[in-house]
Design a protein around this ligand. Structure first.
Ligand code: NAG
Ligand code: NAG
Length: 438
């Protein structure tokens, strides 16, 4: 198949002559960035019942059969739970000077040298009840995910979502993020922003226009780097709301859904390294390489670490791994002991940075126990600095949150997850002066 055929199959032909300023491809497991200058319409060219062999041959790949050849997982989780009884933490805090890179127009990121000072525009084009409960409950308080939200609202869903895309955040949000040095935006979208899959309850509307308008602003005014994430795949990837809908995992071993995924050019990863996931990743890499090898493909490591995935890819592949660090959950700990844990975890992430660079695509301030409002600055400064010092930086989850759930200790989730509120209350400043790591 010729490149032109492949691209038009992808609905991407319009991108060829108009590739963006600064882009990364990223999904879960991979992500793709679209930053053309024209909005192209979504395509619906997948066949209704694709055969796996036709999908694979159209993608110029074969089905992966070597999932067992993955690399080792550095057993960091074996060190959890962290000791909480006899630790004395130092009272010394550091004030490193950090200079965040800002790319000028037309440049692609080299993640081997880039340092991200990022924020996610989470819960914006991919809605999560947690981060917008007051708005959500006005319309469909019983709905636990976007799928059911739209199912409940029926034909009204589009108008309700379109209005929220505009009111949830705006260009002044970007101004505020820029004011404290944010140079990277990671923006999750559902697959429905890119393809209209028959039977899907997820809304396909003008997400691309909203995305275009915010990213144009961030790029032209601040030279920000944009990572567009496909946060879900047709059929559902991980049984979570963010994977399509709660309880959905029909993406696996369904050729039609794979075809739709390739058409959306993106994906997600479940718990284990399956040949299905590798087949998909190989197809994404192939597409991106045919399109433009300079576009990095970002692969979310599914909490396995970069070393697990590295053997499957050639060091010449333009790959960056995306690792998520959340101390309120998997790496859960007490606020009193989180600071040394951050420095240690950053060093661990750097260790597993084998052939490819690592980016901490999601992190936040909430810890499992004893959250304190006064402690937020040091938890923030320590993480932002540690990700910069040891790996390729990170992006905070999330720029705007209206979450209302109480945390263990003081305050609500919004006090620990809303970057904009943290700027407004003086927790996030351009300067780093409360880092526990040296
Ligand atoms: C712009 O976004 C901020 C969140 O960053 C929000 O607080 C504000 O209400 C929005 N402004 C408008 C006019 O919608
Ligand atoms: C897995 O198989 C592919 C061919 O299907 C090959 O290119 C690659 O090197 C193999 N990877 C490992 C880690 O064995």
């Amino acid at each position: 198949m010729s490149l032109a055929t492949l691209l038009s199959l992808l609905g991407l032909a319009a991108l060829v002559s108009a590739l963006p300023q600064q882009s990364s491809v990223s999904t879960i497991p991979t992500t793709t960035t679209f930053t053309d200058t024209t909005i192209y319409s979504t395509v619906a060219v997948a066949t209704s019942q694709a055969s796996l062999s036709s999908v694979l041959s159209a993608a110029q790949i074969t089905q992966a059969a070597n999932a067992t050849a993955h690399g080792a997982v550095v057993p960091f989780s074996a060190k959890c739970p962290l000791p909480v009884t006899s630790t004395t933490t130092s009272s010394k805090r550091y004030a490193p000077t950090i200079s965040w890179p800002h790319l000028s127009g037309g440049k692609y990121i080299n993640w081997k040298t880039y340092k991200a000072n990022g924020a996610n525009l989470g819960g914006w084009l991919e809605k999560e009840k947690t981060h917008d409960p007051i708005w959500w409950d006005q319309y469909a308080s019983d709905a636990a995910d976007e799928w059911t939200f739209c199912q409940t609202l029926g034909k009204k869903c589009g108008a309700v979502l379109e209005a929220r895309y505009t009111s949830f955040l705006n260009t002044s949000t970007i101004d505020q993020l820029a004011s404290v040095g944010v140079n990277t935006l990671r923006i999750p979208t559902t697959y429905a922003a890119w393809v209209k899959v028959p039977g899907s309850q997820l809304y396909t509307g003008s997400q691309q226009l909203h995305l275009r308008s915010i990213t144009n602003y961030a790029i032209t005014k601040y030279n920000m780097h944009i990572i567009i994430g496909l946060h879900s795949l047709p059929g559902g990837v991980n049984n979570l709301d963010i994977g399509e809908a709660l309880g959905h995992d029909a993406w696996f071993y369904n050729a039609t859904n794979l075809e739709w995924s390739f058409l959306a050019v993106d994906a997600i990863l479940a718990f284990i390294a399956t040949n299905w996931i590798l087949t998909y990743l190989n197809g994404v890499l192939k597409r991106v390489n045919l399109f433009n090898r300079k576009i990095p493909v970002m692969i979310q490591d599914c909490f396995q670490g970069a070393s697990f995935w590295a053997p499957f890819f050639d060091s010449s592949d333009n790959i960056v791994f995306d690792s998520h660090v959340y101390y309120f959950a998997a790496a859960g700990t007490y606020s009193e002991y989180v600071l040394p844990a951050i420095c240690g975890q950053a060093a661990y992430l750097a260790e597993s940075e084998t052939k490819f660079p690592t980016f901490v695509g999601e992190w936040a301030l909430q810890v499992m126990f004893n959250n304190t409002l006064a402690g937020r600055k040091e938890v923030f400064d320590t993480q932002r600095y540690a990700w910069e010092k040891y790996v390729a930086g990170g992006s905070f989850w999330t720029a705007v949150s209206y979450a209302t759930t109480a945390v263990d200790g003081q305050g609500t989730q919004r006090d620990y997850w809303s970057y904009i509120d943290l700027i407004n209350t003086g927790v996030i400043t351009t300067a780093t002066n409360a880092s526990y790591c040296e």
